[in-house]
Design a protein around this ligand. Sequence first.
Ligand SMILES: Cc1cc2nc3c(=O)[nH]c(=O)nc-3n(C[C@H](O)[C@H](O)[C@H](O)COP(=O)(O)O)c2cc1C
Length: 323
Amino acid sequence: MKTRITELFGIQHPIMQGGMHFVGFAPLAAAVSNAGGLGVITGLTQRTAKDLANEIAKCNDLTDKPFGVNLTFLPTVSSPDYPGYIKAIVEGGVRIVETAGRSPEAYMPILKEHGIKVVHKCTSVRHALKAQKIGCDAVSVDGFECGGHPGEDDIPNMILLPRAADELEIPFLASGGMADARSLVASLAMGADGMNMGTRFIATQEAPVHENVKKAIVAASELDTRLVMRPLRNTERVLNNPAVEKILQKEAELGKNLKFEDIINEVAGVYPRIMMEGDMDAGAWSCGMVAGLINDIPTCKELIDRIMSEAEQLIRKRLMGFL
Ligand SMILES: Cc1cc2nc3c(=O)[nH]c(=O)nc-3n(C[C@H](O)[C@H](O)[C@H](O)COP(=O)(O)O)c2cc1C
């Protein structure tokens, strides 16, 4: 399949793996890229720029296909060394950066100077237009369904994607709630040039996370996610568990007076315990509603091959059959 996204990134299939904290390590990024998609290393999971440089080197050893690095500009407890990370990206020969959280405007000149393609992930048409204006090559449009941070507008992809298609000139990926061939064909029908998946890629053989995480995703239904941190305007969609119930209880009790410190034990620094040790109740961790569509743990290649062959069947048989 050839779209503006496959052309832009130089990849075989219009499928991207979004940056994921403590999931997007070299083995997953390389597996997705080797399967013909675009794998992404999560920059901020690496504690220092030197660690990121090492992770990029590992990925370069595992694949000769293009891969990207995610740079997330979110309110974090301590400010990361973004210039150092960008230096590691440039020196590691990475050609694609996925930005998220805030506008990447401040870093556009240096990224462009080195010929790096920038795909900005955003949750609204206005932010997508801003990204286009500041020179991003593509955007990833993350609907309300998504795992992680859906923003504060709560617009699901059935509305958000056609709205983005109406307004944007640069290519975009549909993100949030994407799992299979139906997701891809629907995204293309709504004007996207590809799709970005997060949660689906965690439940793969190569995702370097504890088996408990994969099993939790397979066991979860579309009813099992919750939105936390809404009172802080830093909404996150997470899988429900006792820690999440605790956060929601504190949010209900404290209302507008809620401060980050009130929930710090449930949200800060919990990812290593969940993703590496499989302590599933250690805190809140991002997960999309799409968990309801995930029933197996294939290799990345099996997953991507299945999506592409079923997409072809869907288009040729089901859709053409209606005409
Ligand atoms: C466990 C997890 C961690 C994530 N961490 C990040 C992150 O650090 N930076 C980022 O830009 N997006 C992050 N995301 C969002 C994904 O890149 C992607 O946009 C999202 O998962 C798409 O929705 P889906 O899960 O329904 O596919 C994360 C998602 C998950 C599930």
